[in-house]
Design a protein around this ligand. Structure first.
Ligand code: 5GW
Ligand code: MN
Length: 299
């Protein structure tokens, strides 16, 4: 085995090409960077976008981002896509999958090359809890039917949001979840897991790693299929017993992640609400909740 490919000249040219600087001097010490099962927790200043972009381009990775605009929530779609064009996976192949019951309300948005909007017609459930929870079933069904052939990774998010800084391939991994911004820094006792032992979403008091947000998860299509299939089946089992977990789909997602640990975890930089202020640990706000008039939009 000859080690000649590692002579200093090669390393120097890699550095020149990618602007690489060994990250040994300025690792962040103010936040947790690795979960107990060694999954990276993604924070700014802990990774090199140039290296990651090169890796993902080499693999010609295709990304699907899924949103639901059911009933009045179609109003959020244009801001979502316009800001995503500025900040989400810029330079990569992206399909926007817009699930809606109001196909004709989905606006045309100018897209960069390699990016497309696909509108998927789905039913509207009457109860808002069902609108939110049935996302799992629809994501599962479309994962099997379409996403498998069209993309490599899925990013599944709420629609009442706007991008305000870069979100790139650093988030992509086989299975990823996002730390809930409202419960970041809370200890286990404060996590709002489902505590009814009769529910499929039940998490005992002495278990649970993090509290994950229902509005931001993803992974490769196979893993998202397994996650959404589990969550939908668990919700149906509970429904048959007249049970609904306290935070709906989010509760079932937290149960899934307890026993199927994510391979990457997104920090609250990736899901924030300006009502929570700007704590010191938050060096970038990449994806922000859009203020909604609850009465007007939800009636
Ligand atoms: C309507 C009334 C109350 C709660 C949710 C809805 C609703 C949600 C709706 O009428 N239409 C719809 O498409 N949704 C989808 O569910 C949106 O994609 C939305 O982002 C997601 C979760 O509901 P949110 O965003 O209102 O929940 P929070 O926890 O962000 O306030
Ligand atoms: Mn939301």
């Amino acid at each position: 085995m000859k080690g000649s490919e590692w002579h200093p000249g090669v390393i120097l040219s890699c550095r020149a090409q990618l602007g690489y600087r060994p990250p040994d001097t300025d690792r962040r010490t103010d936040v947790l960077l690795l979960s107990p099962w060694l999954a990276p927790i993604v924070w700014s200043e802990t990774y090199n976008s140039a290296i990651l972009d090169a890796q993902f381009h080499q693999r010609n990775v295709r990304v699907g981002i899924t949103i639901f605009g059911i009933k009045k929530y179609t109003v959020f779609v244009s801001t979502f896509i316009e800001t995503a064009e500025k900040y989400f996976m810029v330079g990569h192949k992206v399909n926007y999958y817009v699930f809606t019951d109001r196909v004709s309300d989905i606006p045309m948005v100018d897209l960069a090359e390699g990016r497309r909007v696909m509108v998927l017609s789905v039913p509207a459930y009457r109860r808002w809890q069902d609108v939110s929870m049935r996302r799992m079933e629809m994501l599962r069904d479309y994962s099997r039917r379409r996403f498998m052939e069209e993309v490599d990774y899925l990013v599944c998010v709420d629609v009442d949001m706007r991008f305000s800084d870069e979100v790139g391939v650093e988030i992509l991994s086989d299975l990823f979840g996002t730390l809930h911004p409202g419960l970041y820094g809370t200890s286990r006792e404060g996590y709002t897991y489902e505590r009814n032992p009769q529910s499929e979403a039940y998490i005992p008091a002495d278990e649970g790693d993090f509290y994950y947000a229902g509005g931001y998860f993803g992974g490769n299509v196979e893993e998202v299929y397994k996650l959404t299939d589990f969550c939908h089946n668990a919700m149906m089992t509970d429904k048959a017993k007249n049970i609904e977990a306290v935070w709906h789909d989010e509760s079932y997602l937290n149960k899934y992640f307890l026993y199927h640990k994510p391979t990457r975890i997104l920090s609250p930089e990736y899901l924030w609400d300006d009502d929570l202020g700007t704590p010191d640990f938050l060096r970038r706000k990449r994806f922000l909740a859009v203020r909604k008039n609850h009465k007007e939009i939800r009636n």
